[in-house]
Design a protein around this ligand. Structure first.
Ligand SMILES: [Fe+2]
Length: 264
């Protein structure tokens, strides 16, 4: 004869089982979201190793700034994701050849390039279920503090913090690293560009923090170690990377996983 549990005990066991099931389901969903991002990052690399290298450097510089600002882990991860995928719109077929061309951009090409934040946000929109602020951060990374950016001319704190931080890191890297269509310049040139945009293009407090000696020291260390495409492939605008890729996406696999030890 089947022996039934006392009713209160039976409900307790059922509730406990549901809780375990719910935790497992959440963990699976997090892994699926993170795996999707890793696949997308691999797709960027496969299409354009120069952009793959650029977004990793931007993510590294953004994280240095985020750590100096003392943001909580949830925001830190969100900013890291926006940094890694801010240029995913550039691998769209309407734009990608413009970057590999190597010549100066025509006005029409420039207009085409300016669609990349929207194209990127559209690519990432289905992932908003897992990462609600990712498409919006990517959409806003060319907005300016003074409202003269694009695509929506947002102003000041209307721009998500992720996009404000990525804008600084992106500009710094765009100036200091050679791209297929542009030769890299010095850290001093990049510093001057950030100072010129302080309070207009960029949030003044973030520029001050980025250019502070302790942060710049870490940025320069990162510049010395971060990978870049080989010279030959850099000239071609694509190809194999010459140094291993920092595993900065690995931390996303579970929400409660310990942050990766910074390898600097
Ligand atoms: Fe961009």
């Amino acid at each position: 004869m089947v022996k039934l549990l006392p009713v209160p005990l039976g409900i307790g066991v059922l509730a406990g089982g549901l809780l375990v099931w719910e935790r497992r389901a959440r963990k699976h969903a997090e892994r699926l979201g993170a795996a999707t991002l890793e696949t997308l990052l691999a797709t960027i690399d496969a299409n354009d190793a120069v952009t793959g290298a650029h977004v990793r450097r931007v993510a590294d510089y953004s994280l240095i700034l985020v750590d100096a600002a003392g943001f909580e882990e949830r925001i830190r991860r969100s900013i890291e994701r926006v940094a890694l995928f801010h240029d995913i719109g550039k691998i769209h077929e309407a734009i990608t050849d413009i970057f590999h061309d190597g010549s100066r951009l025509t006005p029409a090409e420039r207009r085409a390039v300016m669609t990349h934040p929207l194209r990127g946000a559209q690519v990432l929109a289905p992932l908003a279920y897992f990462f609600p602020d990712l498409p919006e951060g990517v959409l806003c990374h060319h907005e300016r503090w003074d409202g003269k950016g694009y695509p929506r001319h947002l102003k000041g704190t209307q721009i998500p913090i992720s996009a404000r931080i990525v804008a600084i890191a992106d500009t710094f890297d765009a100036i200091t690293h050679t791209r297929p269509y542009k030769k890299g310049r010095s850290v001093t040139d990049a510093t001057n560009a950030l100072l010129a945009g302080r309070g207009t293009q960029f949030q003044a407090e973030l520029v001050d923090l980025f250019l502070s000696p302790p942060v710049m020291e870490l940025i320069e260390l990162s510049m010395a170690k971060t990978f870049a495409p080989s010279r030959k492939n850099q000239r071609r605008g694509r190809g194999k990377v010459s140094r291993p890729v920092p595993d900065i996406t690995f931390r996303w696999r579970t929400v409660d996983a310990a942050p990766r030890q910074r390898d600097r």
